[in-house]
Design a protein around this ligand. Structure first.
Ligand code: MG
Length: 254
């Protein structure tokens, strides 16, 4: 089902997204070597619940996800489980994917943070993964198609020789966390679902330094690159308006 939201509902989506802006502004200053991924989860959980919102990921799925964030370090692509035992080291990267529900409206976004001094090729991967989101965002307009977005992301990333993960995708969002349409990070321009004003979508490139192939760990959640090379992830919730895309989760002044 594709949900078409009213102007009032768009305002609700913006209020929900604003909480994630605060999350990212806080994490940008907080993430340091020596912290555990549980510590990061706790910071985010407290911000979300402090606003009277609910962390969308907590208890989501089967087995129920045990954190408020997905904390995916280095070769972990997505869905890493926060843990007291996973301590961030100098040179790591960590993707923090987070969702919030406020008054029934969801927002979903991700940033990949550098921990201390990170190798240049990994820094480039993180920066270009973010830029690939913005390449896709150019097509997040009424009348364009999801394939236009995927094509733009894929072309940009493969130009650097990176892998574009295909098994996991962006999605529609609104009164549920994941809904139609799928927003693939690869594809053909002019193909896919035609976007309409009133929709809300998440574009979320998951990009690898090596090959694009992934596998799931035995915890039932964590997805890693098969070749063990690092991966980065970047995501925002986007409203499709008559006047173009509006990101609800993008923190302007970081
Ligand atoms: Mg998402």
């Amino acid at each position: 089902m594709v949900e078409i939201l009213t102007a009032e509902e768009f305002e609700m989506m913006k209020a929900s997204g604003k909480i994630l802006q605060e999350v990212f502004k806080t994490l940008e200053k907080s993430i340091k070597p020596g912290m555990s991924t549980y510590d990061v989860d706790k910071i985010v959980h407290d911000i979300i619940t402090g606003h009277g919102a609910v962390p969308s990921f907590l208890n989501y799925g089967n087995p129920p996800f045990p954190g408020s964030i997905c904390a995916s370090v280095n070769e972990e692509v997505v869905h890493g489980i926060p843990s007291h035992k996973r301590i961030l080291k100098d040179g790591d990267i960590i993707s923090v994917d987070v969702g919030a529900i406020l008054n029934g409206y969801h927002s979903d976004a991700c940033r990949t943070y550098l921990v201390g001094d990170v190798k240049q090729e990994v820094k480039d991967l993180v920066e270009r993964t973010k830029q690939s989101f913005f390449e896709g965002l150019k097509y997040a307009k009424a009348g364009m198609r999801t394939g236009d977005i995927g094509h733009a992301v894929q072309e940009y990333c493969e130009g650097f020789g990176y892998g574009v993960v295909r098994e996991l995708t962006g999605h529609g969002i609104g009164t549920s966390l994941h809904q139609d349409p799928e927003v693939l990070n690869y594809g053909k321009a002019g193909h896919g679902y035609k976007l309409k004003a009133g929709m809300a979508i998440c574009i979320e490139p998951m990009i690898t330094l090596g090959k694009r192939y992934i596998e799931q760990l035995s915890d039932g959640w964590t997805i890693v690159t098969r070749d063990g090379l690092p991966a980065a992830h970047y995501e925002n919730t986007i409203l499709i308006t008559e006047d173009g895309p509006v990101m609800t989760t993008f923190e302007e002044d970081v």
